[in-house]
Design a protein around this ligand. Structure first.
Ligand SMILES: [Fe+2]
Length: 175
């Protein structure tokens, strides 16, 4: 493996320069860790949620887990396509995630919906920055991948927020 700063790269005929590939592998590695974290935050909610709307949110949280697992695979395989070595274990995710830890004691469906909305919003913010960073670095294809993931995260946030995004008595949107 060739050394590029801190990042080790496998030799590749990928047309991007080694410098760009190294920078993108580093960026993708952080997002791989965060996406694994987010996907298991959804399972944490899926397994522990309770409330009158149990079955709907239990199923929604599992769908969000599957969707975020799709992002895990997209990110990891872009990273390896650029010559990187994916750090895809749960232990590595714990070291590298950008997300705030999910509480282990949440039970009520409203609590899980609001807390997952926070996580999807947090991840969405990091992904938007990653779009800019990969565009500026000269890798429009990685920027496109992050754009795709960002759109999906926004949709999931909408599904979560729609449970509590009702106008309050004064007609303003309450949370
Ligand atoms: Fe299940």
């Amino acid at each position: 493996m060739a050394k590029n700063g801190k990042v080790q790269l496998h030799p590749s005929k990928n047309p991007l320069s080694e410098n760009i590939r190294g920078a993108m592998v580093e960026l993708l590695q952080k997002h791989l860790a965060s996406a694994i974290d987010l996907s298991y935050q959804c399972k944490q909610a899926h397994w522990n949620v309770k409330g009158m709307n149990f079955i709907a949110v239990h199923k929604l949280f599992d769908e969000l887990h599957e969707q975020t697992e799709g992002y895990v695979d997209l990110i990891a395989e872009r990273l390896t396509a650029l010559g990187g070595q994916a750090h895809g274990t749960v232990q590595a995710s714990n070291e590298g995630t950008l997300l705030t830890p999910y509480p282990l004691d949440l039970v009520h469906s409203e609590g899980h919906l609001k807390r997952l909305a926070d996580s999807f919003s947090e991840m969405g913010g990091h992904v938007e920055k990653a779009v800019e960073e990969s565009e500026e670095a000269g890798d429009p294809l990685t920027a496109d991948l992050f754009t795709q993931i960002g759109r999906g995260l926004d949709e999931s946030l909408y599904f979560l927020e729609s449970h509590f995004q009702l106008p309050d008595v004064s007609g303003q949107t309450g949370r």
